[in-house]
Design a protein around this ligand. Structure first.
Ligand code: ADP
Length: 225
């Protein structure tokens, strides 16, 4: 198994406040990791470190040089968003020649169908519901077939039936395409968990390992929400 990410004793402080401390873990290519923890425990900060959006205060981060897809938690969709669904998705494609190539257009159509929003292709983003917008941003994160997919609470605005479909889609992408997936969630109940890794973060890593061992950790009452 080859290594995708390694953190060695990483700390992030904002002023004197340490958000993350002594973070050490390794994730291999093809792993599916669920990250859980209480509000404000540093989960989003960990993802931002990974994508290079914020600097570490100390420690070492080693990351394979691969294509990444990222779905942020805050989608900044409040207020005016004068772009269509197609334009938002297209802006996520690696190649962006002046005009949209036919094959890219077909690719966008395929994903819109997969996400059950074909009819929204030419709609303005500002007229969409939160759940519809979230599906558009999911397509944007997935359309380049990233090797590493990083999702910060991707299902928070999705309705339950689509959430289930989406989580199974992730499971398929990991199993069939070998995609490495990091999934921050506040609710593990409907996630596909067998064979997955789980991390429980609360400023530091309190648990990291296979899901079946996490259940023991949970039952022993280590988890605080
Ligand atoms: P989680 O995703 O687990 O809810 P976050 O990583 O968003 O937690 O935040 C962890 C803590 O770090 C929170 O107390 C938050 O207020 C604080 N924090 C996050 N970003 C900043 C920042 N840029 N400056 C100061 N404090 C921050």
């Amino acid at each position: 198994m080859s290594q995708m990410i390694h953190f060695e004793d990483v700390t992030v402080a904002f002023g004197r406040f340490k958000v993350l401390e002594n973070i050490t873990f390794t994730l291999n290519k093809g792993d599916f990791l669920h990250i859980v923890g209480p509000n404000g425990s540093g989960k989003t900060t960990l993802l931002k470190l990974l994508i290079g959006a914020i600097p570490k205060t100390s420690g070492e981060i080693i990351k394979a040089d691969v294509r990444m897809g990222y779905l942020p938690q805050k989608l900044h969709t409040k207020g005016k968003m004068p772009m269509t669904v197609k334009e938002v998705i297209y802006s996520g494609l690696n190649r962006q020649p002046l005009c949209c190539l036919k094959k890219d257009d077909h690719l966008i159509d395929r994903w819109l169908k997969e996400m059950d929003i074909s009819d929204l292709k030419h709609q303005s983003m500002q007229h969409l519901s939160g759940g519809q917008q979230q599906r558009v941003y999911l397509i944007r994160a997935l359309i380049n077939e990233p090797d590493l997919l990083i999702l910060d609470e991707p299902t928070s605005a999705l309705d339950p039936s689509f959430r289930e479909k989406f989580l199974h889609m992730l499971d398929r992408l990991q199993k069939e395409q070998g995609m490495t997936i990091i999934h921050v969630t506040h609710d593990l109940t409907d996630a596909v968990k067998e064979d997955c890794l789980t991390m429980y973060v609360d400023q530091t890593i309190r648990f990291y390992g296979p899901y079946r061992d996490y259940q023991v950790f949970e039952h022993e009452g280590h988890r605080h929400v």
